[in-house]
Design a protein around this ligand. Structure first.
Ligand SMILES: Cc1cc2nc3c(=O)[nH]c(=O)nc-3n(C[C@H](O)[C@H](O)[C@H](O)COP(=O)(O)O)c2cc1C
Length: 393
């Protein structure tokens, strides 16, 4: 982290307002350890993502170690800086507050991870273990807000929406098997309606032990948004795979397909230019009090998801590569991003940008120079009209 630049940062709640006025969901990109780094955030931002999360940063290490600060948090001071929420892993009010004061000049807000299910995190009372510690979570967000306020930041939520020093404090949670416990948790963390402790809440409707291959718990989402959606803006994290195939309806979405439309999509899928092997099912759930969407795995495969692309366009790969050149990533990470973007996505459209053979060639590139040569070769093939298995370039 360098000297404090003069950053004019928009209050995230203003972004919620803008999306609401446009009668759409707020589009956000999830915290992803290793992956949601600057180059990726800039890429999704170029494709309609409103608000981006950093990967989880461990507050204690961040406070104590300047190498951790340099490697865990990078922003751009001279090219588009996506509105950014820094997510922390923390289990102490002082550590979270201190780490928050360090990043807040450079970020639009801070967030606490109460969802990471990994055993190393839970054994240190980080991540999902915090779902059993609702008073501690409340104390962490209250202390953070107080500390930021004392430092002169505007943490009055809607009151500070137009304040250039306005910043947010939010929490990302999973749910309990017994949803009454999640309701207790949220009530405690939310605090009084007239001065709630958090700006918004992100809900990943899976329990700590639900695998990510199991669909999200829509019943939980419906219950929690109908209970709390008027008191605090709520984001959904989980299974946001394609804007036209969400498993619920909302006034902020185009109407869900009827059964007849679904069946006719199945019958006609072979003539579609973007084949849809699994057309969306009619949604059984209506979630009118949801404010926004957060996507992780689907955005990794298709950073242009929120721009209405149901599969990754080649231009997104080019955008990512030029961002990665300016905000470098370890080479293996670049390769991983490319393999995700060039393979089949998470949504119903399973068309891959590059076929398996070409992707294998891509993955065999040993360094950035080989990779650039390989991609130049693909572009030439395309220009010569000789490409095989290369879609979209
Ligand atoms: C590679 C990867 C890294 C993740 N890292 C974090 C993290 O740092 N903090 C967090 O709260 N969640 C993290 N998650 C969980 C996601 O933010 C998200 O809640 C979850 O993947 C469900 O969303 P999805 O169905 O869109 O993938 C991670 C998920 C993935 C796949």
């Amino acid at each position: 982290m360098a000297e404090t630049p003069n950053l004019d940062l928009i209050h995230p709640l203003k972004l919620f307002d803008i999306a609401k006025n446009e009668e759409r969901f707020l589009y956000t990109s999830a915290p992803m350890v290793r992956y949601s780094k600057l180059a990726f955030r800039q890429t999704v931002y170029a494709y309609n993502t409103d608000l981006c999360w950093t990967p989880m940063v461990l507050a204690k290490e961040f406070n104590r170690n300047h190498f951790a600060r340099d490697s865990d948090f990078t922003i751009s001071t001279n090219s588009p800086q996506p509105p950014t929420i820094v997510q922390f892993g923390a289990n102490s009010p002082q550590e979270l507050a201190r780490a928050s004061t360090l990043v807040i000049p450079f970020s639009n807000g801070v967030d606490l991870n109460c969802g990471c299910p990994q055993s190393w995190a839970c054994s240190e009372t980080l991540g999902a273990a915090l779902m059993e510690k609702r008073e501690l979570v409340r104390d962490m967000v209250v202390e953070t807000r107080d500390h930021l306020r004392r430092d002169g930041w505007g943490v009055g939520k809607e009151k500070d929406i137009n304040n250039p020093k306005g910043r947010s404090v939010s929490v990302k949670i999973r749910v309990h098997k017994d949803l009454r416990r999640t309701i207790d948790f949220i009530n405690t963390v939310l605090g009084p309606d007239q001065d709630r402790h958090i700006d918004w809440l992100t809900i990943h409707p899976r329990t700590r032990s639900t695998p990510s291959s199991t669909p999200i718990n829509l019943e939980a989402l419906e219950l929690l948004t109908s209970t709390f959606g008027d008191r605090v803006p709520i984001l959904l994290s989980g299974d946001v795979f394609a804007l036209n195939a969400l498993p619920f309806t909302s006034p902020l979405l185009a109407p869900a397909p009827t059964l007849t439309q679904t069946l006719s999509a199945t019958t006609n899928s072979s003539s579609s230019t973007t084949p849809s092997k699994n057309p969306p099912l009619p949604a059984a759930y209506h979630i009118p009090k949801l404010a926004g969407l957060m996507s992780a795995r689907a955005l990794l495969c298709n950073p242009a998801l929120y721009a209405g692309h149901d599969a990754c366009p080649w231009a997104a790969v080019e955008t990512f590569l030029s961002n990665a050149a300016r905000a470098p990533l370890p080479y293996k990470l670049v390769l991983h991003h490319l393999s995700e973007m060039c393979g089949p996505g998470m949504g119903p459209n399973k068309a891959a940008l590059l076929n398996k053979q070409v992707r294998t060639g891509l993955m065999a590139c040993g360094n950035m120079f080989d990779l650039i040569d390989f991609l130049d070769g693909l572009r030439e093939l395309r220009r010569d009209g000789r490409e095989q298995g290369v879609v979209g370039i």
